[in-house]
Design a protein around this ligand. Structure first.
Ligand SMILES: NC(=O)c1ccc[n+]([C@@H]2O[C@H](COP(=O)([O-])OP(=O)(O)OC[C@H]3O[C@@H](n4cnc5c(N)ncnc54)[C@H](OP(=O)(O)O)[C@@H]3O)[C@@H](O)[C@H]2O)c1
Length: 302
């Protein structure tokens, strides 16, 4: 797949206000792509746009959008249909943590809307134009967590199972079209992801695991996308995680997750949100985003 490197066309990145998406945007700007940056926190997008215009002399547009909102996703989809999109990084997403039975149903539904419905709808919006022009690349951020059911992140892992399957099937369907779809399936990456999921101490408790920098993940992803690869799993630890998730017999996997992962999730929550596991009807295991993150988002809404 050489179309993206030959003449850098418009690159759209969802979830560009933070973490992997921001690193993807920086990597694409360094390659000379004009950009359309999508997320809710538009001040962050504006700041990134200023940085990238100055550093790489590329055009950068900002598109504030709540991808949990069907109307806003539809408007973004119309925009994708009307533009010559060369690269579409379908990346925004978040996790919830804790027992589904005690979760906020609205927040769980939001995860499905952002991680599944928006990803699916926007890929289908970008695709026809790419096929018509005979060039284009879609990068979809799934997760190594999508390779097995994950108790305590049940909704998230299920949404990523959808994304992992969808992106790879699309990749195979597109063979021979000069349009590609690449699945990015990372393991743990140092971003705001775990704080947003209410398990901000996860990294501190799992230093033995190989955490990756978002810049490294993004660079691996963009190289794989430029080669038209079906899937990229950055780093040996994530590869091992994905392999084990796929191939470990469930009779072994679930007791293992119960013994190792559930306590980590429990103790990764903010102190005031640590709950007994398994949760009793009297307790709530729904973790909330860190105060910093809540404040950040509240101020941006206001
Ligand atoms: N970090 C990891 O360990 C890890 C591992 C595997 C997969 N992933 C996946 O990588 C992707 C990026 O996550 P990250 O690690 O970079 O986390 P992050 O730092 O929290 O970034 C998440 C991005 O998604 C955007 N987003 C979330 N909800 C949104 C909404 N309703 N509307 C629009 N944008 C929304 C956020 O923007 P706003 O808040 O400004 O809207 C932010 O830009 C996600 O799909 C995640 O599932 C992450």
């Amino acid at each position: 797949m050489s179309s993206t490197s030959a003449a850098p066309g418009l690159a759209v990145v969802t979830g560009a206000s933070s973490g992997i998406g921001r690193a993807l945007a920086r990597g694409l700007a360094a390659r000379g792509h004009p950009l359309l940056l999508v997320a809710r926190r538009w001040q962050r997008l504006e700041a990134l746009a200023v940085e990238l215009r100055a550093r790489h002399r590329v055009d950068v547009e900002v598109w504030p959008c709540d991808l949990a909102d069907g109307e806003q996703v539809a408007r973004l989809g119309e925009e994708l249909r009307s533009r010559h999109v060369a690269v579409f990084c379908n990346n925004a997403g978040f996790t919830t943590c804790g027992a589904v039975s005690e979760a906020d149903p609205a927040r769980e539904a939001e995860a499905v809307a952002v991680n599944v419905t928006a990803v699916h709808g926007l890929a289908l919006a970008a695709l026809p134009g790419m096929l018509q022009r005979g060039r284009g690349a879609i990068l979809v951020t799934g997760s190594a967590a999508g390779e097995q059911p994950v108790p305590s992140a049940a909704t998230y892992a299920a949404t990523k199972a959808f994304v992992n399957a969808f992106a790879q099937a699309l990749s195979v369907e597109l063979r021979g079209t000069n349009v590609t779809c690449t699945l990015l399936a990372p393991g743990p990456v140092r971003t705001e992801f775990f704080a947003v999921g209410g398990v901000g101490r996860m990294e501190a408790l799992t230093r033995w695991f190989s955490w990756q920098a978002p810049e490294r993940v993004a660079e691996d992803a963009l190289r794989a996308m430029e080669r038209g690869r079906r899937i990229v799993i950055p780093g040996p630890a994530a590869k091992l995680q994905a392999f084990a998730g796929r191939h470990t017999p469930r009779a072994l996997l679930f007791p293992l997750l119960r013994a190792v992962f559930l306590p980590i999730v429990r103790f990764s929550g903010a102190r005031s949100h640590v709950r007994a596991w398994p949760p009793s009807p009297a307790t709530s295991s729904r973790f909330v985003a860190s105060e910093r993150e809540v404040d950040d988002q509240a101020s941006l809404r206001g």
